[in-house]
Every structure is written in C-alpha cells, then in structure tokens.
Design a protein around this ligand. Structure first.
Ligand code: AMP
Length: 207
C-alpha cells in the first residue's frame, strides 16, 4: 500500500505511521526525520534545511522533492510505504502525482488548542525517535532505550504558532486536493487514545 499521512503537526501521524509500518511491513518515510538527520550530520541539505526548520517554516519544495524522489527508489519501497509529512504543499503533491499512484491519504484532524498542548509538551528521543508527552514521563530518560529525551527546538511555543499558520496556509489546501481525487480518508483524533486512532486508521483503510 502506498499511503500519505496528512494533518497538522502533533496530530499523531508519526506515531500512527510507526505502528502501521510494523504491521504492514512497509517503511515510514518521514521527511522531517530525514531532514533532522541531515542537520545532525551537517550535510549540504542539512545546512540548507536548518534555518527553515528552526523557524517553523517549510523547507523549499525542490529540496524535499529531491529527498523523496531518491528515497522512493530504494528497495524497501517496492511493496509500498507511508509518506509521513510529505507532501506539505500543492506543488509537492503535483510532483508526487507524476512519480507514483497513491492508494489513500489519511487526514488526521485535531483542533488547534489540542495541537498546542501536545506539541509544547512533546519530548522526543534523539536516538530511537520515540515520542512522548511530558506529563507521561517519569524521568528524562527514554522509556524505550534509556537516552535522555529532548524538546525539539521547533516545538517551543513561539515556533509552534508559526507552524500552525504555515499548516493552514500551505498544507491544509491538500485536503481539498485529495478529496477531489477521491483518495481522502478522515480520522477525527480528538479524545481518542493512540490505540483508538489506530483502530480508526485501519477502519478507514479497510485493513
Ligand atoms: P515534521 O517532523 O514532519 O513536523 O517536520 C519538521 C519540519 O521539517 C517542518 O516544520 C518543516 O520545516 C520540515 N519539513 C518536513 N517535511 C517537509 C515537507 N514535505 N516540505 C517542507 N518542509 C518539510
């Protein structure tokens, strides 16, 4: 299955993608994770991306399109994949349409108030990429691997507001774009646990 996970930052796309990739045995392709790795490794792409990410802006289309184009050619993508955080603009979606035929787009919906609460309390493990809400952590150590968890710079309050505006303006138009194509499957995440959302995802995908 070739899937796109769409939705505002903090809606749980990454968590759900990790669960589904294990079950379907297909890779999760997170452009955010790829860009953060490039920044850590100080590659030319990382150097370009850093300023945009730190400000909560989108990295230029041509940069992320090149990343995804390369990644989709890898062998593990043969049986499908979950695109998590890509496309994020209509031009990215238009280019993607010329490369592959997507089976479904899952749109994770969550009100802004809840997004702000989730993102400002989000902690991530820099080693294994697990994410947590600070209220559920007993210490600063990642329960999965023991590494010290951190707060992403772009999860700081002022950047979160900017990311939400960017989402509304640049990414939300993709909802209509994929609805028109008949590919959109909406999951309303408010008040649902991770497991409940996962059950909904499977339901809307018919799996
Ligand atoms: P994420 O981890 O998906 O929230 O992405 C973190 C940041 O990476 C975003 O706020 C953007 O700056 C950048 N980014 C990730 N995916 C894309 C994309 N498809 N297009 C542009 N920028 C992206």
């Amino acid at each position: 299955m070739k899937l796109i996970f769409l939705g505002p930052p903090g809606a749980g796309k990454g968590t759900q993608a990790q669960k589904l990739m294990t079950e379907l045995n297909i890779p999760q392709i997170s452009t955010g994770d790829i860009l953060r790795k490039a920044i850590r490794e100080e590659t030319p792409t990382g150097l370009v991306a850093k300023g945009y990410i730190d400000r909560g802006e989108l990295v230029p289309d041509e940069v992320v399109i090149a990343i995804v184009r390369d990644r989709l050619q890898e062998k593990d993508c043969e049986n499908g994949y979950i695109l998590d955080g890509f496309p994020r603009t209509v031009p990215q979606a238009e280019v993607l349409d010329t490369i592959v035929s997507i089976d479904a787009v899952v749109d994770f919906e969550l009100p802004n108030e809840e997004i702000i609460n989730r993102l400002s309390g989000r902690r991530v493990c820099p080693k294994c990429n697990s994410t947590y809400h600070v209220s559920r952590l007993e210490s600063e150590d990642c329960p999965a691997c023991g590494e010290k968890v951190i707060q992403r710079k772009d999860d700081m309050p002022e950047t979160v507001l900017n990311r939400l505006q960017v989402y509304e303006k640049q990414t939300a138009p993709l909802i209509a774009y994929y609805k028109e194509k008949g590919a959109l499957r909406v999951v309303d995440c408010l008040g649902l646990t991770v497991e409940d959302v996962y059950a909904e995802v499977k339901k809307v995908l018919g799996i």
